[in-house]
Design a protein around this ligand. Structure first.
Ligand SMILES: [Zn+2]
Ligand SMILES: [Zn+2]
Length: 172
């Protein structure tokens, strides 16, 4: 859904969007079920739009340790400014906005693309460290077994290779 700045008033208007399927065009996450965005768009001067609302979605992520796919719910508030690329350096900034430390999304043209807002917010909600569980045991680096399912046979054997130490000394 694309909304030109010209359709957004200073009084603000509510929008909501439910999307069954979004092409995320990436390998970091995919989506499960419906993704919902509801937001209020308010015009702040000729080249700035205030976006406030909520997004909810279920991300499917790959665990960093065991490589299994797990789901993570996203329910996040939105509060940022969309402005036309570069306008910050050309004109006078709205006074009430400078007082608040809001994030700014730069746009190429004076159009709010709600689909693009969803994509960006989902990217932002992907955690740095992706774990299916905080105590995920991961995959054994020796035998490759998933240690969440069953302890592997090499558990308890200390990983110590005297030749690796020797190689490191020689390399100096
Ligand atoms: Zn895991
Ligand atoms: Zn093992």
């Amino acid at each position: 859904m694309k909304i030109p700045f010209s359709q957004i008033s200073t009084a603000g208007q509510q929008y909501s969007l439910d999307v069954p399927d979004i092409d995320t065009e990436n390998e970091i996450f995919s989506l499960q079920g419906m993704t919902s965005l509801s937001c209020k768009l308010t015009r702040k001067g000729s080249d700035q739009i205030l976006v406030q609302g909520r997004i909810s979605a279920t991300l499917l992520l790959t665990c960093d340790r065991c490589l299994r796919i797990y789901s993570q719910n996203v329910d996040a508030g939105l509060d940022f400014i969309c402005e036309i690329n570069g306008s910050r350096y050309q004109g006078v900034r709205e006074i009430d906005l400078t007082a608040r430390d809001l994030d700014i999304m730069q746009l190429e043209e004076a159009v709010i693309d709600l689909g693009e807002i969803i994509r960006q917010q989902l990217y932002l909600s992907v955690p740095q460290q992706r774990l299916c569980a905080h105590d995920c045991k991961g995959i054994c680096p020796i035998c490759g077994a998933d240690r969440n399912s069953s302890p592997c046979r090499c558990s308890g054997v200390p990983i110590h290779n005297p030749f690796a130490v020797l190689a490191a000394v020689k390399g100096k």
